[in-house]
Design a binder for this molecule. Sequence first.
Ligand code: NAP
Length: 274
Amino acid sequence: MHNVNANGATIPALGFGTFRMSGPDVLRMVPQVLTLGYRHIDTAQIYGNEAEVGEGIANSGVKRGDVFLTTKVWVSNYKRAAFLRSVDESLGKLRTDYVDLLLLHWPNEAVPLAEQIAALNEVHKAGKVRHIGVSNFNRALLAEAVRLSDAPIVTNQIEIHPYIDQSVMLEAAHKAGQSVTAYYAMADGKVFADPVLKGIADRHGHSVAQVVLRWLVQQDGVIALSKTVGEQRAAENLAIFDFELSKDDMAAIHGLARPDGRIVSPDGLAPAWD
Ligand SMILES: NC(=O)c1ccc[n+]([C@@H]2O[C@H](COP(=O)([O-])OP(=O)(O)OC[C@H]3O[C@@H](n4cnc5c(N)ncnc54)[C@H](OP(=O)(O)O)[C@@H]3O)[C@@H](O)[C@H]2O)c1
């Protein structure tokens, strides 16, 4: 697996996601995927499974220092005191003194962005967080976050799959030296029935999941997240670093994007998307 370098952070290009995973599944899967060779785990306060992620890493036999661990502060914890308390709680659950990356999970105007960014910087300065970033930010919010922050923003975690055109967000990230972390790669399962993706997968002798993940990590500065409760699928999804998609394959997959392709846009949280 290669790493993505972004504003001083070195981030494994494929991360194991834990959204919508029960505690027992996380406890079972985290040690398995670390044994398989994953070195990047993504969780969030709102997923309710940080404790199992921490226990899973501790049980895995892989050293904490060899794992790139991300968590995200939930929007109800954005005021300074709650923010700081919530980060300490996350670290306790995760059984660690630091996370590699801490993200603001969604934009939220109830607390000024300056206060949110100041809190991110405070935990960064305290050594509780190696790198900071955001999630679900549009370009204007991202630029404002960069302006407000002492520590560099290393990633914006957003929805990316073949049915959504995120080229504008990718370009903005590149210009700012940031990475983009892709979530919902499988488009909530829609990719599996796609004839174009099936055709490319058949020609390469790989699965549709592998083609989609490969398409992501083959793009400059893009990190892919992948979640599964199946060990075989986790192994399959990791086996994407020994083949390459052609320029035509890449273009054909980009060509699947459509204006209504976005899936995740919760009322009250989603910004005006670019
Ligand atoms: N920042 C945010 O707001 C945000 C939002 C959403 C997600 N995320 C992050 O991004 C991660 C990935 O997104 P996601 O959880 O939606 O998952 P995903 O990687 O897009 O996968 C969606 C579904 O595809 C299935 N799948 C995975 N590999 C497969 C394979 N090889 N063959 C067939 N099916 C396969 C999985 O089902 P099975 O488990 O049944 O295999 C999974 O539930 C999350 O876990 C989370 O860490 C962040």
